[in-house]
Write a protein that binds this ligand. Structure first.
Ligand SMILES: *Cc1c(COP(=O)(O)O)cnc(C)c1O
Length: 445
């Protein structure tokens, strides 16, 4: 499934001309491909077919209700990290019995809400949290189903901000402590020990860290099954995606593009399946980025070209408030022209040949309008010569894009649209200026 591709030198999302959506809804605009999301979900689900499993989509990657509906209809459960995400999941029609509640800092209100709704499991990150949930559940005459998030202390080989399975991270309970904490939990009258969970990080592009984490936790999992008859083992999310050349492979399959993505869904499942099968437990997965990352782009227009003695800048209408990943993680996003004058070296024939000799290529910084030097999308990026008014697509922006957007510089949150086949629908209106200010009050001292 290749959602984003060129047709006669115009970028298409499935069967929809991307430039037309920009005309229709304005820019900056997040544009998602429903077909790609369903394709990724379907592949993962199919690869796991021999195993009792539940895919709990990690809502935090992209929480738009239309996306949640799409995945719910496909059979997904949800991994939530706040009361707000539970609210969203329920609003999208999710079954709370397919929702797991993670996060290191759950509040009383969030715990009560999740208890009332009946989530499948509270994934507990500290002993203090276990005590707190037990106390709240007792007071409400409920029983809270729990799993401990066990920290296997493995190196995930990813950015330090998104590595979570090392002993110095704030996440989870140390493997050596876990058996003791489970023993304590099993004696709490308002607690039901239901499973065990791990999540070692995000944007992990090799199978080895997953396998070694599973191997490290395996003896504990078997012990818990024997002692407390736990029902599930959640191996978390974290499978990485290709950020480079997502549009390169004319074959249309990001996952088989070995150059840019060493780990396919198949390879991942082939690696983790053998150690998981022996437990005889329900296996939960919590993919976020994997399902939605390559399924979305951020559409933006070049406002000005600015040349200094040192550099050339394309100032675009999207900023770090719309997509913070480059500023926050130093992330790479491929950026391609939407119309005509492209000549991306990866551009499939014949358009490539048509433009090869006519368009000058040059190095340019692609920056936003926000008053921060960190507000850039690319530096010294080789691009076809850009002009004011050109439409650009920032690729692979479907995960941790809109959800991290802010009103910094009092810029309205961007609009979001979803493509399915030859149809496109607005799934979130562009925020208006009065909406930005709507909660503010004069103090009347
Ligand atoms: C963020 C998160 C995920 C999803 O991570 P991805 O890298 O997007 O797959 C899964 N589980 C937990 C507990 C998380 O915090």
């Amino acid at each position: 499934m290749h959602a984003f591709h060129y047709r006669d030198d115009r970028l298409f999302c499935e069967e929809v001309d991307v430039a037309v959506t920009a005309e229709k809804f304005g820019t900056p605009l997040y544009l998602y491909s429903a077909g790609t999301i369903l394709d990724h979900y379907g592949r993962l689900d199919e690869a796991l077919a021999g195993l009792d499993h539940l895919i709990c989509y990690a809502i935090k990657a992209n929480s738009n209700r239309a996306i949640l509906r799409l995945l719910r209809d496909a059979g997904a459960g949800f991994d939530i990290v706040s009361g707000g995400e539970l609210f969203r999941a329920l609003n999208a029609g999710a079954d709370p019995a397919k929702c797991t509640f993670a996060g290191v800092g759950k509040s009383r209100e969030e715990i009560e809400y999740a208890l009332e709704q009946g989530v499948y499991s509270f994934n507990i990150e500290s002993e203090a949290e276990l005590d707190y949930i037990s106390e709240i559940a007792s007071a409400k005459n409920h029983r809270a189903p729990i799993a401990l998030r066990v920290n296997p202390d493995v190196e995930a080989g990813t950015h330090q901000y998104i590595s979570t399975g090392k002993s110095e991270n704030k996440f989870g309970i140390a493997l050596e402590r876990a058996a003791k904490v489970y023993e304590r939990a099993s004696k709490m009258p308002a607690i039901t020990v239901r499973g065990v969970q791990m999540h070692i990080g995000s944007q992990i592009t090799e199978a080895a860290p997953f396998v070694s984490a599973i191997e490290k936790i395996a003896p504990l999992v078997s012990e818990l099954k024997g002692k407390y008859a736990i029902k599930f083992f959640s191996i978390g999310g974290g499978l990485g995606i290709a950020y480079e050349s997502s549009i390169a492979s004319g074959s249309g399959d990001w996952w088989t593009s070995q150059r840019s993505h060493p780990l396919t869904i198949r390879d991942y499942v082939d690696a983790i399946l053998p150690p998981l099968t022996r437990f005889g437990l329900r296996i939960l997965l919590e993919p976020g980025r994997l399902l939605v990352g390559n399924a979305g782009i951020l559409l933006t227009r070049v406002r000005y070209i600015k040349e200094t003695t040192q550099k050339k800048f394309a100032i675009i209408d999207a900023g770090m408030n719309d997509l913070i990943r480059p500023a926050l993680y130093g992330s790479y996003h491929e950026i391609v022209p939407v119309e005509g004058r492209g000549d991306s070296p990866n551009r499939p024939e014949p358009s490539r040949s048509r433009f090869k000799n006519t368009i000058k290529r040059e190095k340019i910084d692609i920056v936003g309008p926000v008053c921060e030097s960190g507000d850039f999308f690319a530096q010294d990026r080789e691009m076809p010569e850009l002009r004011a008014g050109d439409l650009l697509a920032v690729m692979s922006a479907g995960a941790y894009g809109f959800v991290m957007a802010s009103n910094y510089n009092s810029r309205p949150l961007p609009a979001e649209a979803l493509v399915r086949g030859d149809k496109v629908a607005l799934i979130r209106e562009r925020q208006t200026l009065p909406q930005i200010m709507s909660g503010e009050r004069d103090p009347h001292f």
